[in-house]
Design a protein around this ligand. Structure first.
Ligand code: ADE
Ligand code: ZN
Length: 338
């Protein structure tokens, strides 16, 4: 790619709206935390663990992702993981980050909810004061577990209500449609939480419809399968419903055989509010800027697309409107400067 475009992609202010903080655990940090906490891993070293990152679908990845998270036990572990992400995000020009976290992955191992949320929340506060990154947390329910479990998780997290801005839905998609979580999402809505859900990553367009109409989400995470349903595409475009698309994730989980076949450009051409995100960057071979660079290269995108994608990410964020206006102005100045 030409250097000025690559430099624009790095410099322009952008938001990351779809990153699982447990998916930013690099093998080096996994082993460091394992040593610190006396956890034994079924891999000899970092290279052996990395060599296992050959995924065939979402489930083959999730099995490793949950195993990797088993080294997280103390408040400082959660802080260190999030801080490592923020340092990378700053280098990539991220001004706003909304981090997903999976409390059930930790509470099932006996880690208290407060340990998880306080460690992550302290890192978010430091991201603002030390790096100038605005950051918030979104609590995700694991959809392969029951709605009853999701309700219990929400209840356990409510003492820390001011530390998270919304809820999401992640984990194994197929066989676990959004409507399974209709009641808990309705409760979260009453509580004034923002609502998002993974839908249409591997699952059918019907899951995107029910995320919209039953869960009443404000953004769709992934949503790339929507392309198979013209009426849904029209709905997404007309409503400016943001999709948090994760190109390198889609590639590594075999949703698309090749980045050149990714439908992100077709979605943009259809006036869908697409954003670019990293999902689980430690596992998928690239943080936010890598996702931009590789997608721009593969799909032959230009500076106009860069402006649109960054503006979409800032507009679709749950940051205060005054911050969004300031970032959008800075984005225009950045693109116009060339
Ligand atoms: N949890 C972490 N990454 C995920 C993904 N890509 N899809 C569903 N759940 C996830
Ligand atoms: Zn995800």
């Amino acid at each position: 790619m030409n250097t000025p475009l690559a430099e624009l992609l790095r410099r322009m202010p952008k938001a990351e709206l779809h990153v699982h903080i447990e998916g930013t655990l690099e093998p080096e940090l996994i082993f460091k935390l394992a040593r610190r906490n006396g956890v034994t891993l079924p891999y000899a070293n970092e290279a052996a663990l990395r060599a296992a990152y050959a995924f065939t679908n979402l489930q083959s990845f999730l099995d490793l992702y949950y195993a990797g998270a088993s080294v997280l036990l103390k408040e400082q572990d959660f802080y260190d993981m999030a801080w490592a992400y923020f340092e990378r995000a700053q280098a990539d020009g991220v001004v706003r980050a909304e981090l997903f976290f999976d409390p059930q992955t930790h509470t099932v191992r006996g880690v208290p909810m407060g340990t998880v949320i306080e460690g992550l929340s302290r890192a978010c506060a430091d991201a603002q004061t030390k790096l100038g990154i605005s950051a918030d947390l979104i609590l995700c329910f694991l959809r392969h577990l029951s709605e009853e479990d999701a309700f219990a998780t929400l209840e356990a997290a409510l003492p820390w209500r001011k530390h998270f801005i919304g809820v999401g839905l992640d984990s194994s998609e197929v066989g676990h449609p959004p409507e399974k979580f209709a009641r808990v999402f309705a409760r979260c809505r009453e509580l004034g939480l923002h609502l998002v859900a993974h839908a249409g990553e591997e699952g059918p367009p019907a899951y995107v419809w029910s995320a919209l109409d039953v869960l009443k989400v404000e953004r769709i995470d992934h949503g790339v399968q929507s392309i198979h349903d013209p009426a849904l595409m029209q709905r997404l475009a007309d409503s400016r419903m943001p999709l948090t698309v994760c190109p390198l994730s889609n590639l590594k989980l075999c949703v698309f055989a090749d980045l050149k076949q990714h439908n992100l450009r077709r979605m943009l051409d259809a006036a869908v509010c697409v954003t670019i995100n990293s999902d689980d960057p430690a596992y998928f071979g690239g943080y936010l800027l890598d996702n931009y660079l590789q997608t721009f290269e593969a799909l032959q995108l230009d500076a106009g697309h860069a402006r649109t994608l960054a503006a979409n990410s800032l507009t679709a964020s749950f940051a205060p409107e005054a911050d969004k206006r300031r970032w959008l102005k800075a984005l225009d100045a950045c693109v116009d400067a060339g």
